[in-house]
Write a protein that binds this ligand. Structure first.
Ligand code: PEP
Ligand code: MG
Length: 579
């Protein structure tokens, strides 16, 4: 009997999946020791034989495709690899290891590879010594076929994704969307932090995802059954019947909880002492409008428009922006929407605009409005389209990654110019469309008062605010342990923003992931926030907490926390607040 393989990564979404793995983007041979049952020997030998055949077919195919001019040298190399595939020292000895030691085919090859390479490395002749590399390449090729792993995502997309748990080194948000449309059921990645855009998308699509499972592509095999628990960040391969049954029970419990929460859909988001809290939805994709309405969102507090630029070779023009936004506004039927201008340049890139490739430190480089101001050809069509859409319904425009008043002033001038242009062209638009800014960098939070004099509203983007305050790359799981929304520095910046809004009489909302995390709802209400925007799937859970909260009491307790912020642990305070 083999034991279950358990991988621990970063929890990403409150969802569980049980399904067949599809491992893609195979890296170097990081094969692990894995054994087989005695009755599986024949099947394992057949698997190895099939992989060796496939490897040799692929080498013959490469040889066929080599252009004439270079054919000779490369042919020699390929022939050497083909000979090695037929050589008893590699394949036959691996077969022996499968039969005698019950090694998996991958592991048997790996063991034999290590032995051969060691022998080559001891040779004096440099030519023979270098032959070790050939062994390595041949073994890698066979192992690739053994794992049945298409090497790259586009190739993987050609396979059937329905219900598959896709395992890869990492995913871009564009990958997540492309895989989602093809029916992928869950994601497991080797890299990525809980606040990466990939994680946010997975949460919003309610797809289980676990990130930061190191060497997942080496440990997990295509077609094996996996359990992915997005809530605890656990991935289990070779789970026994009892474990599968346990997860099926948890799935049912999650379903029951969701059904119970659905009873709150028509209930108002009003606190126990009678204050209405605006619960808004974040939109990732136009079709999220349905979920936002189903779960009773009062409005859309953040519409991320980057998806318009993904999985395509060209840039969207004004007509496409306008068509997309107006369809969303029509679908919202009078519910207000805040459209954020594009925030490209970090983990979201524009493949269509190679000139806009990310710099060496993208999070601190030409990102979001910095990129837009540098490339007006990217920005103007979007601004024009948003202004025109605002003539069709209640639309606000929101600017990401503001760091200085200068930027806001430059954009306000640009918007004024565009209004003149639209007027001259006789196109309908809303001249009074509110323009707000996201507070995502400490500089913006500390000067929120000044920014609020020029902006109509503020929205706190905690994902970036935490990244920039605590100096932790949000896509790097290695520093994920430092991610702490309750860090005193973060809390002070949030509070400063809320107070700046109050002083300048400007509405302040929050649209980062913290807004949809039930752990922080009471704290945020106590700090004075009255508008929270989150992925639609979290709305009812947060509403349940809102309805049970007493604002006056929360405000007193939170006031006390801030009075002693240097002496207490905010996380313990939050535990007590939620108890
Ligand atoms: C944020 O930074 O909190 C935010 C909402 O923006 P994004 O996650 O898209 O960067
Ligand atoms: Mg952000």
């Amino acid at each position: 009997m083999t034991l279950a393989l358990v991988g621990q990564g970063v929890a990403t979404s409150l969802a569980i999946a049980i399904g067949k793995a599809l491992v893609i983007e195979r890296g170097q041979a990081s094969i692990v020791c894995r054994s087989i049952a005695p009755e599986a020997i024949d099947a394992e030998l057949e698997r190895l034989a099939a992989a060796v055949d496939a490897a040799s077919d692929s080498l013959r195919e490469i040889r066929r495709q080599i252009p004439g001019a270079v054919a000779n040298e490369i042919e020699e190399l390929i022939d050497a690899h083909l000979l090695m595939l037929e050589d008893v020292t590699l394949v036959e000895t691996s077969r022996q290891l499968i039969r005698e030691r019950l090694y998996s085919a991958e592991w048997a090859l790996q063991v034999q590879r290590d032995r051969l390479i060691e022998t080559f490395e001891r040779m004096d002749d440099p030519y023979l010594r270098a032959r070790g590399e050939d062994v390595d390449q041949v073994v890698l090729r066979i192992q690739g076929f053994l794992c049945g792993r298409p090497n790259r995502l586009p190739q993987a997309l050609a396979t059937d994704m329905q219900g598959r748990i896709v395992v890869a080194r990492d995913f871009t948000p564009a990958d997540v969307i492309a895989l989602h449309y093809r029916g992928a059921a869950a994601y497991v990645s080797e890299y990525g932090g809980p606040m990466s855009h990939m994680a946010i998308l997975a949460r919003s699509l309610n797809i289980p995802a676990v990130m930061g499972v190191h060497r997942a592509t080496a440990h997990l095999l295509t077609d094996e059954i996996l359990v992915v628990d997005g809530e605890t960040g656990t991935v289990i391969a070779e789970a026994d019947a009892a474990t599968i049954a346990h997860y099926r029970r948890r799935l049912r419990a999650l379903g029951r909880r969701r059904n119970r929460l659905r009873q709150l859909i028509d209930k108002p988001a009003v606190t126990a002492d009678g204050t209405e809290i605006e619960l808004l939805a974040n939109l990732e994709l136009p079709e999220d409008v349905v979920a936002a309405r189903t779960y009773g969102a009062r409005g859309i507090g953040l519409y991320r428009t980057e998806f318009l630029y993904m999985n395509r070779a060209d840039l969207p023009d004004e007509d496409e922006h306008f068509a997309t936004y107006s369809e969303i506004v029509r679908g919202l039927d009078g519910i207000p929407i805040t459209i954020r201008t594009i925030d490209l340049g970090t983990d979201k890139h524009v493949s269509a605009a190679s000139a806009l490739e990310p710099g060496c430190n993208p999070a601190l480089g030409l990102r979001a409005i910095r990129l837009c101001l540098k490339e007006p050809s990217l920005f103007r069509p979007q601004l024009r389209a948003i202004l025109r859409t605002a003539a069709l319904g209640p639309v606000r425009l929101m600017l990401p990654m503001i760091t200085s008043l200068n930027e806001v002033e430059t954009i306000c001038e640009l918007i004024a110019d565009i209004k003149e242009e639209l007027r001259a062209e006789g196109l309908a638009f809303d001249a009074a469309m509110p323009v707000g800014g996201m507070i995502e960098v400490p500089a913006a939070a500390l000067t929120a008062s000044r920014l609020a004099q020029r902006l109509d509203f503020l929205s706190i983007g905690t994902n970036d605010l935490i990244q920039y305050t605590l100096a932790i790359d949000r896509v790097d799981d290695a520093v994920g342990y430092l991610y702490d929304p309750a860090h005193p520095a973060v809390l002070r910046l949030i509070r400063e923003t809320i107070e700046a809004g109050r002083r300048q009489r400007r509405p302040v909302s929050m649209c980062g992931e913290m807004a949809g995390d039930p752990r922080f709802t009471r704290l945020l209400l106590g700090m004075g926030l009255r508008a929270l925007s989150m992925q639609p799937g979290s709305l009812l859970e947060i509403k349940e907490i809102v309805r049970g909260s007493d604002l006056a009491s929360l405000a007193r307790q939170v006031e006390d926390l801030f009075a002693h912020l240097d002496d207490v642990d905010p996380n313990r305070f939050i535990d007590a607040l939620n108890a």
